[in-house]
Write a protein that binds this ligand. Structure first.
Ligand SMILES: [Zn+2]
Length: 203
């Protein structure tokens, strides 16, 4: 990876549309609200939202994902989701449609769906304790110099995901407290996070 290509700012083309329909939408909403209660998805003291959950539209590279700035929302509603119609990692851009635009973090979700045809759900959360525990345990991690919101991060996430089992949790070393989990369905990705969460609170 060249280091001199500079930071390509995230951009999106957004088409206003009704809330996306998806057979897993209800599962996603329930799991997202659990994660919000555990404070793995939420809002930092400075008002910046963190964390998101997505599900692939079966048989396509497209997915639905919680929209930009929804960290504060509780409970989550269908109108807080959008559909990512396409994305371009090199250009750091997405085409999305729905009531809200997609956030820059949707790039890492897209990278996993592209790298793993078996991945049906991706969940991105922030948690310092889980982050620390997984690093201590030698969990798979993206390079520390792949920074949040960059094509390097999305590429690193996709590359690493391709080497892991069908259900896995990865550490985003260059994205403070950031973890990303994936699995064939929402429940499996959520359970993988719950396992780490439980262990991190026991120690
Ligand atoms: Zn994040």
């Amino acid at each position: 990876m060249r280091r001199d290509e500079g930071y390509i700012k995230f951009s999106f083309a957004h088409e206003a549309a009704p809330a996306p329909a998806h057979p897993r939408l209800h599962d996603l909403m329930r799991i997202r609200d659990d994660l919000h209660e555990w404070e793995l998805i939420g809002v930092l003291p400075d008002g910046i939202g963190y964390g998101n959950i997505s599900a692939r539209i079966e048989g396509t590279p497209k997915f639905i994902i919680t929209g930009s700035g929804t960290g504060l929302k509780f409970p989550i509603a269908p109108g807080h989701f959008c559909e990512v119609v396409s994305f371009d990692i090199a250009k750091n851009s997405v085409v999305c449609r729905g009531p809200l635009p997609a956030s820059s973090e949707s790039m890492s979700h897209g990278a996993i769906y592209a790298a793993r045809p078996d991945a049906g759900t991706v969940i991105h959360i922030h948690d310092r304790t889980m982050f620390g525990l997984l690093i201590q345990e030698g969990a798979p991690l993206t390079p520390a110099d792949a920074a949040f919101g960059t094509p390097e991060m999305a590429r690193a996430v996709g590359r690493l995901a391709a080497t892991l089992p069908p259900v896995a949790v990865m550490v985003m070393a260059g994205h403070e407290d950031g973890l990303i989990a994936f699995g064939p369905d929402p429940r499996s990705a959520r359970d993988a996070l719950w396992d780490v969460y439980s262990r991190s609170r026991r120690e």
